[in-house]
Design a protein around this ligand. Structure first.
Ligand code: ADE
Length: 271
């Protein structure tokens, strides 16, 4: 999967070279490039923002700079012909991005935005099959709303997502969160793929996960539930499923309300 990230703080994304995401890049599963939006400016101050039309506090990111950058990274050509050598380098001959099945894939352009729909596990799962993701990180009071409108009108798959009901200083952390949720679902990313099958928010009947224990069976007077030591896999599965249902009901009743009845089994209906 090819991943381009545009930000005025591309250094934020150096952490993506660590741990599993770093290994996935070494294996060739991911190709991540963080670009500096200011490379597409033409003025001496490299300015990317301006005051909001209609008044108000803060600054809004200018559409012209974003458009030069996104046209180039999306391969839309047009005004990006008179580019600087830094921009030319960003556009060096890369093989076309491919999706999870190895065929050339249309890019998905994603803007983190606190005023957008919530990013969910369902979105992460869908995007884990994409061949090319392009993230645009807003700063200040955000970006000119005509930017996503324009690229949608060009036929690009444009998404805007919030990662939660709170406001961050910019989109960089939100992009890191989304990227981790997406890439760990790619085939070949996890050492043990089973570990993502049983997780919270996965599948049709999204439930919070049951509690986890390891050895010793008694620690500082606190015992692991007996059933988990019984060796009876049927009973263990039932216990974990009941616990997941009860925890979800207590902590996230909204998920219980959203449950598809088809995702419940007969024994669930008795509990
Ligand atoms: N930018 C600032 N806050 C954000 C949020 N909660 N989600 C996505 N992008 C953001």
């Amino acid at each position: 999967m090819k991943i381009d990230i545009v930000s005025v703080f591309p250094e934020y994304f150096e952490v993506l070279n660590l741990s599993l995401m770093g290994k996935a890049q070494d294996k060739g599963l991911l190709e991540i490039t963080a670009h500096n939006l200011r490379d597409w400016t033409h003025d001496v101050h490299h300015s990317v923002d301006d005051t909001p039309v209609g008044g108000g506090a803060g600054m809004v990111m200018k559409p012209e700079v974003w458009a030069e950058c996104l046209d180039e990274l999306l391969g839309l050509g047009a005004p990006a012909q008179q580019e600087s050598s830094a921009q030319a380098e960003a556009a060096t001959m890369q093989p076309p991005a491919t999706d999870a099945h190895g065929s050339a894939a249309a890019p998905v352009l994603i803007f983190p935005n606190p005023s957008a729909p919530l990013f969910t596990q369902r979105d992460a799962t869908e995007l884990s099959h994409a061949g090319h993701l392009l993230f645009g990180c807003g700063r200040y009071e955000g970006y000119d709303s005509r930017i996503p409108d324009y690229y949608r009108a060009q036929g690009i798959d444009v998404r805007e997502y919030s990662i939660g009901d709170y406001v961050l200083n910019g989109g960089e952390v939100a992009v890191s969160v989304m990227l981790e949720a997406i890439t760990r679902l790619m085939p070949g990313f996890m050492g043990n793929p089973d570990s993502i099958v049983e997780e919270s928010y996965t599948g049709e009947g999204a439930l919070l996960e049951h509690r986890q224990y390891t050895k010793p069976a008694v620690w500082r007077g606190l015992k692991v539930p007996d059933v988990l030591l019984s060796g009876d896999h049927g009973k263990v599965d039932r216990f974990r499923r009941d616990e997941a249902l009860a925890r979800t009901n207590d902590i996230r009743p909204d998920l219980i309300k959203a449950l598809d009845c088809k995702a419940l089994d007969k024994a669930d209906r008795k509990t």
